[in-house]
Design a protein. Structure first.
Length: 435
């Protein structure tokens, strides 16, 4: 949509939304249409939606789901999207360009054609269970067409603007609108990072897993769909550097270590990428990987031949291979640069921690039933050893009378810790053999 809006002959984009879309879908009509639109999938859907599903309430009662898709059903999104195919076909000749992502429909081109598209959508949509909501719909126009758009769409509840619109989670419009939108999202993510940092002080392993498997994935979509916003992610990187990392590793983190921590765990890092550097890479990879599909969408052909499908799948597969290859090459270059910046002793440590299987404990979820949980001291000590960070408040003399350091602490027989490690490995091996 960003690309189409940038064309000289495009006057505007209408982003339409529907009221209670997934629940309002005409289930009976949709199931009949599915038998012709996607026969193989229809058998599965008919078995699921032939009878109303029970939706249980908090007090033990239930209501019947007789219309629309069932909440929580994995087939709901494809069922809804395919069921709107006849409506899309009906609207095809009304506008220069149209796009549907579930209930988020969009039309672009000349304003007069967009108005025809909207009128037909309002007339034909309810028959399929699609009820357009003008108050939730936004018409984005170029500044010189703003007055014309207000006149053409007079009498509708559609919001007309020349600033920007979000579709379907990525900003389209002026540079300032994109900057404001991205900055607002970054501010919310900064708050989440600071909240997670407070948890990391008490439970660093859980906080680390939440960050790598959850929080860090929330900004990937925006990175992959919006270009030239790398500098706007600087506050997020600042929050990670000044709040989250000190909560896990302590305040005295060597400056050069940040580049290493950004590497994947298998390469000796922690997978804590630098958002301001990551954004443009993700956008580049995404645009190249999805280019074959984007070209097919811009062709505006609802009936795709088997040859076109095969070519699109082949091109997309090849593009994905190239992106993966470039991504790995970039990671290898960053790893090499990180190693060369380290002293000789730390280079040897880095080679060991980036060897195969050395970082498995970091990628494992802290599941108590499997014995994968580390308390805060164990987790931090393991990271200190991994990155050769000096321990604080360690006694200079061991209880055995010898001079104390990390090597001696790991090998001293006094206290039985050496035997405990040995016994743990023995018991683990025995349990695996029993299973």
């Amino acid at each position: 949509m960003n690309e189409y809006f940038g064309r000289d002959d495009t006057e505007g984009i209408l982003c339409a939304d529907a009221s209670n879309a997934f629940n309002a879908l005409n289930r009976r009509t949709a199931l009949i249409n599915m038998r012709y639109l996607c026969p193989m999938f229809s058998i599965f859907l008919i078995n699921i939606y032939r009878l109303p599903a029970k939706l249980f309430l908090y007090n033990g009662d239930f209501i019947l789901s007789q219309e629309g898709t069932t909440q929580g059903d994995n087939a709901a999104a494809p069922f809804y999207s395919i069921s709107l195919h006849p409506l899309m076909t009906d609207l095809m000749d009304c506008s220069d360009f149209q796009l549907f992502y579930a209930d988020d429909g969009a039309a672009a081109g000349k304003l007069s054609k967009i108005r025809n598209w909207w009128d037909r959508l309002c007339a034909r949509g309810p028959g399929y269970g699609y009820f357009p909501n003008g108050a939730k719909s936004v018409l984005l126009v170029k500044k010189q067409h703003l007055q014309q758009a207000q006149d053409i769409f007079n009498g509708t509840d559609i919001v007309v603007t020349s600033e920007g619109v979000r579709y379907p989670g990525s900003p389209i419009g002026t540079v300032q609108f994109k900057a404001n939108y991205v900055s607002s999202k970054v501010d919310s993510w900064v708050s989440m990072v600071e909240l997670l940092s407070a948890v990391a002080v008490i439970e660093p392993q859980c906080a680390y897993s939440c960050f790598t498997y959850g929080l860090s994935k929330t900004w990937l979509f925006l990175m992959r769909t919006t270009g030239d916003v790398s500098n706007l992610f600087a506050p997020l990187e600042n929050a990670i550097r000044t709040s989250f990392l000190p909560a896990i590793l302590g305040p005295n983190i060597p400056h050069h270590l940040r580049q290493i921590l950004a590497l994947p765990a298998r390469d000796g890092g922690l997978g804590l990428a630098i958002p301001s550097s990551q954004a443009q890479k993700e956008f580049y990879n995404s645009t190249h990987a999805t280019a074959p599909l984007k070209d097919l969408i811009l062709e505006q052909c609802l009936c795709i031949s088997e040859e076109q499908q095969a070519k699109c799948f082949s091109d997309a597969k090849e593009a994905k291979k190239i992106v993966i290859k470039l991504k790995r090459a970039c990671q290898s270059a960053e790893k090499k640069q990180a190693i060369e910046s380290l002293p000789k002793k730390e280079q040897r440590i880095f080679e060991e921690i980036s060897s195969r299987g050395a970082s498995g404990w970091l990628s494992a979820l802290p599941l108590k039933e499997h014995g994968f949980v580390l308390n805060k001291q164990q987790f931090r000590d393991a990271l200190f050893l991994r990155y050769n960070i000096p321990f604080e408040n360690i006694s200079t003399t061991c209880a055995c009378g010898k001079s104390n350091n990390i090597e001696h602490s790991l090998s001293c027989a006094l206290g039985g810790y050496v035997y405990m490690r040995h016994n743990n490995l023995r018991n683990l091996t025995a349990n695996i053999l029993v299973e």
